[in-house]
Design a protein around this ligand. Structure first.
Ligand code: G6P
Length: 607
């Protein structure tokens, strides 16, 4: 989703801004722009599409200037073209914005009546005009911004620059993240620390309602009542690990291949492999005391939560409600004193997940978060976090964060089972032993890549795919379908295999591949019956199973990916890999933009 950069520096900033924008590309965007002030002149270059187009514009018509702002735009209001790309100007004001101004229509009418002309279809332009109107009325730049902020409803991170002051950027945050970077005689502002990593690792994260005045000499911070506030300056973590594809063609491919290692790191944080137990890691809730866990998340993180529900209910007998966060936040869910809430998010910035967290906080229940970005808003606003140690995930389609989220859910299920007395020591040890083998099996699953790639080539010819599974393989079937549609744009649906006859069976014909995830487990035979139903109607089955499963399936001509035989507990962690690889190679065969698929964003900071 939109990315913001601002620099008050002492070298020409346009190339630096483009460099920082490249680090925000992973968030997803469809146009980009940069503006600078030089010699009392405000100038900008904008381009539809990828940053390379903006770079070409800048080569043809370079921009000088020691102060500037830049933006990658993920379109909400108005198509992704040059006119709607940021920065937006009004009189002597330049602005970039991430978020949605909800009262923009009302403000647009008011500003139009005041003589302002709108040149774009964006909601952002109202902010530029609001600030300009204050300036016309004689306000000083920072007062003009403060007055404008008070008129805005909705979500925003803003960076605003003024023609008449080459030592001033004003930033503001209400919702989407914004970080200040402290340099030597220069200051930065960006959507995250990753963007600012080449310049500084001294970072201050703004809180909602903060607005800041940035000059080369430093930063002043205020709250929405105009009072000065202090925010902690911290050393940003992990940004130096950044971020190249190594020998891989795409970040997604690299991240898929990192899984044995990052699953292992993550599990080692929670489990005592040698002793066969669970470590005494801090949790924000007492599993003995709670009688219900409300889990909310979006996208792939939601599907990790759904698998987590199976585990927590099975092994810890802890009732779990799992919700898509955009539904949870408005559902007015009743939460008792014995409830706890758990949020799952790779980025830690997803707007709906954050809003759900805040709802639960207002209800006074203890809040935990499974997050990958440790200094994210969701991490900061939780009572305690369960970090996934996946490292930066750049590919828009989540892969390694997902299996690390699953690893934590599995560890939590064991921990909760021990504390709630539903698992004996021996049973817990058995589960920990199984989990400790997940990295090894994940590595074995990676070795099936060639076979999966063959099937992907066939899949790239079809328009629709059905994924089926039972038990924990059901949410995984949904994740397989999600991966496929995200990056290959093939229409795919994930269904509970038992639900086949309640609708999707009507779709089955020889053109409809049906991918069945069925490790040989307690209910394998039930899934085989569903495969029979597909086969009887001429459907084309692609089966993911283990050796025993493959031997027991007598369906004639089906394609099988024979997985390592793994303990039932960890099968979703291991089976996640071939479905990711399948989506990846299908997308590669189709020539789509794997790491930045069309219309999608990595960090979804609007609702
Ligand atoms: C977007 C991403 C998904 C991700 C979802 C939730 O849709 O493209 O990969 O699963 O957001 O993001 P989060 O950062 O909260 O896990």
């Amino acid at each position: 989703m939109c990315g913001i950069v601002g620099i008050v520096g002492h070298m020409p900033v346009a190339p630096l801004i483009v460099d920082a924008l490249k680090r925000l590309e992973y968030r997803g965007y469809d146009s980009a722009g940069v503006a600078t002030v030089e010699g009392g002149r405000l100038a900008r270059r904008r381009a539809e599409g990828k940053l390379v187009n903006l770079e070409r514009r800048l080569e043809d018509e370079p921009l000088g200037g020691l102060i500037g702002i830049g933006h990658t735009r993920w379109a909400t209001h108005g198509v992704p073209n040059e006119v709607n790309a940021h920065p937006h100007f009004s009189d002597d004001v330049a602005i970039v914005h991430n978020g949605i101004i909800e009262n923009f229509a009302e403000l647009r009418d008011e500003l139009t009546a005041d003589g302002f002309t709108f040149t774009s279809q964006t909601d952002t332009e109202v902010v530029a005009h609001l600030v300009a109107r204050e300036l016309r009325n004689g306000a000083a730049p920072q007062d003009a911004v403060f007055a404008a902020l008070k008129r805005l409803r909705g979500a925003f991170a803003l960076a605003i620059m003024f023609r008449e002051d080459e030592d001033l950027i004003v930033g503001a945050r209400n919702g989407p993240p914004l970080a200040i970077g402290h340099g030597e005689g220069e200051m930065y502002l960006g959507s995250d620390a990753i963007a600012l990593a080449p310049f500084t690792d001294a970072i201050t994260y703004l809180e909602d309602g903060d607005w800041v005045v940035l000059r080369r000499s430093g930063v002043e911070m205020f709250d929405m009542s105009g009072e000065p506030v202090e925010r902690k300056r911290q050393q940003s973590v992990g940004t130096s690990l950044l971020v190249d594809k190594g020998n891989h063609r795409h970040f997604m491919e690299k991240e898929i291949h990192e899984q044995p290692e990052v699953i292992s790191h993550t599990l080692a944080h929670y489990l005592d492999f040698a002793g066969g137990g669970v470590k005494a890691f801090e949790t924000p809730f007492d599993f003995k005391k709670i009688d219900r866990l409300a889990v909310s998340a979006c996208g792939t993180a939601y599907l990790a939560g759904l698998i987590g529900k199976y585990w927590l209910e099975r092994y810890a007998r802890l009732p779990v409600d799992i919700d898509i966060a955009s539904e949870f936040r408005y559902r007015e869910v009743p939460l008792s004193d014995a409830s706890a809430a758990l949020f799952v998010s790779q980025s830690g910035e997803t707007a709906d997940t954050l809003a759900s967290l805040r709802y639960c906080r207002a209800q006074g229940v203890p809040i935990g978060a499974i997050v990958n970005v440790r200094d994210s808003t969701i991490a900061r606003e939780s009572n305690g976090i369960f970090p996934t140690l996946a490292g930066p995930e750049i590919g828009v389609a989540s892969t390694k964060a997902f299996t690390c989220q699953l690893s934590i859910f599995a560890a939590l299920a064991v921990r909760a089972g021990i504390e709630r007395g539903t698992l004996s020591e021996e049973q817990a040890r058995h589960l920990v032993r199984a989990l400790s083998e997940a990295p090894r099996y994940a590595a074995q699953a990676l070795r099936l890549e060639e076979r999966v790639e063959q099937i992907a080539r066939e899949l790239s010819q079809v328009r629709h795919v059905l994924y089926l599974g039972r038990d924990t393989s059901f949410p995984l079937a949904m994740e397989g379908a999600l991966k496929l549609k995200e990056i290959s744009y093939i229409h795919a649906e994930g269904y509970a295999a038992g639900e086949l006859k309640h609708g999707p069976i009507a779709l089955i014909d020889e053109h409809m591949p049906v991918i069945v995830i069925a490790p040989h487990d307690r209910i394998f035979d039930k899934t085989v019956s569903n495969m029979q139903e597909v086969a009887a109607r001429g459907g084309r089955i692609i089966l993911l199973t283990d050796e025993v499963g493959a031997a027991k399936t007598s369906l004639g001509d089906i394609e099988t990916i024979v997985m390592p035989t793994v303990p039932e507990f960890i099968s979703p962690i291991v089976y996640a890999l071939p479905i990711q690889i399948l989506a990846y190679h299908t997308a590669v065969a189709m020539g789509t933009d794997v790491d930045q698929p069309r219309n999608l964003a990595k960090s979804v900071t609007v609702e």
